[in-house]
Design a protein around this ligand. Structure first.
Ligand code: SF4
Length: 349
């Protein structure tokens, strides 16, 4: 059976070539062809020699992610709906910022974390994405950007799924996109977001690449977090905060706390004070996100005044924070909403 050429890290491909008595550096050549020159067939790899190309064609294939639809927003945000080989749908969002183009990558089909405010959480986890499916989200979008001479400069692994629940493939993905003679996305331009899988935060702190970490915090106390994020019953703030401190100490990097503002749940001035107390002394930055209402989830978006007051309270307490500009709200960029709608549409069809 043939293997997808995108399912290998550089080391793994090098080991493969060594194991068949070929040269390890073939892997470097192939990586340059597929990730830097972005060729779509082995025959285009002109410096490999006929025998190697023949071997590649016999044993590997160029996997593709089928682009089912691309939804374009007014702010030039693009939401890609990809169809996987087994028919599952995933979504990947391209955001254009003044500092560059950023892509938000999905790590699983569905998600088992079950955050109460999230459409994907309610659908449950179906399966992990493979290394190739992770990589191809980025590569496919970069190939489209190539047509207009644009380049991806940032990656956030914040789409559907819990990346730390797909840990090995996540690390492989980070190595592939970071490879300097390939897509060349700097480690400092990559952020992985977790709901708080504490043992993996410790492991990730020791990972050799300097990747940014974001924590989906969304609550200032165990009492509130238990209600909206069941993961808190497994890893409470009492475990999470020390793990975060370890990451900051170990990597010397600032951590981001994501905080979705939910009306009458976590958006009061008292909650802002609780949050300030919780993260006091940590080199951190709080990203406040206005909630994008999910039909049937039972949560509401706070008023603009309430959100501004929350934000102002954090700032007064000396916390670094932003009230995040939304990207693609009008094309339903909120986690999982598009996939849920598409599934409904497919069911009706
Ligand atoms: S918010 Fe993220 S971690 Fe929580 S259920 Fe949704 S996809 Fe999973």
């Amino acid at each position: 059976m043939k293997n997808s050429i995108f399912n290998y890290t550089l080391d793994e491909l090098g080991q493969y070539f060594e194991s068949i008595g070929n040269k390890k550096f073939r892997a470097t050549q192939i990586f340059e062809w597929i990730y830097r020159h972005r060729v779509t067939s082995f025959s285009q790899m002109t410096n490999l020699g006929a025998k190697t190309i023949e071997h590649l064609e016999e044993n590997f294939y160029f996997e593709e992610l089928k682009v089912k639809e691309v939804f374009k927003g007014q702010d030039r945000t693009e939401k890609y709906l990809f169809e996987l080989n087994d028919g599952h749908l995933i979504e990947t969002v391209l955001m254009r910022h003044n500092y560059g183009n950023s892509v938000c990558v999905t790590s699983q089909v569905g998600c088992k974390v079950g955050c109460k405010f999230c459409a994907s959480g309610r659908l449950g986890k179906v399966r992990n994405l493979t290394l190739s499916e992770l990589v191809l989200q980025v590569l496919t979008i970069q190939r489209n950007l190539d047509k207009s001479g644009e380049r991806l400069s940032n990656i956030v692994v914040m789409g559907i799924g819990e990346p730390f629940d797909n840990y090995e493939n996540l690390l492989g993905f980070l190595r592939v996109v970071n490879y300097p003679k390939g897509l060349e996305i700097g480690a400092r331009h990559i952020t992985v977001s977790t709901s708080g899988i504490v043992p993996k935060i410790y492991e990730f702190s020791d990972f050799d690449l300097q990747i940014n970490l974001a924590i989906s915090l969304h609550a200032p106390s165990n009492e509130i977090r238990n209600k909206i994020m069941p993961i808190n019953n497994l890893y409470s703030l009492d475990d999470l905060i020390p793990a975060v401190k370890y990451y900051v100490e170990k990597t010397n990097r600032r951590i981001t706390f994501e905080y979705i503002l939910l009306k009458d749940v976590n958006d009061s001035v008292a909650n802002a004070h609780q949050l300030s107390d919780l993260i006091r002394g940590i080199n951190a930055y709080v990203n406040l996100i206005p909630y994008n209402e999910v039909p049937g989830a039972g949560f509401k978006r706070p008023t603009n005044e309430a959100m501004q007051e929350f934000f102002a309270t954090l700032r007064k307490r000396g916390i670094n924070a932003t009230l995040r500009m939304e990207h693609g709200a009008e094309i339903d960029a909120a986690c999982g909403q598009l996939r849920a709608q598409m599934m409904k549409r497919n069911k009706k069809a």
